[in-house]
Design a protein around this ligand. Structure first.
Ligand code: HPA
Length: 244
């Protein structure tokens, strides 16, 4: 079995329990990935981990080299990527501390390198992108959640905003009208790029705050108060996922 690729979110510098065997510095036709690829085992299963925002967590969402990250994974033999994204909750069911496996997305980002196939060196391709997430991987995540008795939200639309600032309340109302249940900044173009080169890709959203105008009080304080809880539940899910 090929290693599971895990793309770590902000607030996720490391994978507890990860036994690293080596780190590789990849170079790709699209430049350098965000960080070294860390190869090793998690709960006895092969895993390759990459910190999306870099080792120092200092790469802004719109400056992440998504193409290099996804390409480096594929080059390392990864056939499945589990992307972890911390997100804000928009719908009632997406309360802080919950986990969601979205089944669709809306891309509100701009100015990011969206494709490997822009008509230059690698040709032009118009891939199908519906559904944007790998159904098999999603179902396996849901099954792992059931087996571990973890309550997750099994579907929902992920709105991907440009950042790095948080949204206005009006922007969140617009996303809500569009049907988005969660909002993040890093889900795209990562998902497209994985699709383009045939790597199965699913997202696990960790809701760390109520989106702007939904909750009351400081979003930053809410994120600080909730992220450890969300990460803890995610670790439990990951453990069961790798065991099944
Ligand atoms: N908006 C966008 N991205 C986020 C949020 C949010 O409220 N919380 C965590 N990532």
């Amino acid at each position: 079995m090929s290693a599971l690729g895990i793309i770590g979110s902000s607030a996720m510098d490391e994978l507890p329990g990860f036994e690293q065997s080596r780190a590789s510095n990849e170079t790709t036709p699209f430049g350098e990935p965000s960080s070294r690829l860390l190869h090793g085992q998690l709960y006895g299963e092969p895993v390759i981990f990459l910190a999306r925002h870099g080792d120092g967590q200092n790469i802004a969402p719109h400056l992440i080299n998504y193409r290099a990250n996804v390409w480096a994974f594929q080059h390392a033999g990864v056939e499945q990527i589990l992307a972890v994204n911390v997100v804000g909750g928009i719908s009632k069911r997406c309360v802080s501390g919950s986990l969601i496996i979205p089944d669709d997305l809306i891309d509100y980002t701009y100015g990011r390198d969206q494709t490997f196939f822009d008509g230059t060196e690698h040709g032009l391709r118009h891939i199908e992108f519906s559904p944007p997430y790998d159904e098999n991987l999603r179902q396996r995540l849901s099954a792992a959640a059931s087996a571990a008795e973890i309550e997750i939200i099994p579907d929902g639309i992920h709105g991907v905003m440009q950042g790095p600032r948080l949204e206005t309340a009006a922007e969140i109302q617009r996303l809500k009208r569009d049907g988005c249940e969660i909002v993040g900044m890093t889900g795209m173009p990562e998902a497209t790029l994985a699709s383009e080169i045939g790597v199965a890709y699913a997202c696990c959203g960790i809701v760390v705050n109520q989106a702007a105008g939904i909750g009351s009080g400081s979003i930053h304080m809410e994120i600080e108060a909730t992220k450890a809880e969300g990460m803890g539940i995610f670790q439990k899910l990951l453990r069961q996922f790798l065991a099944s």
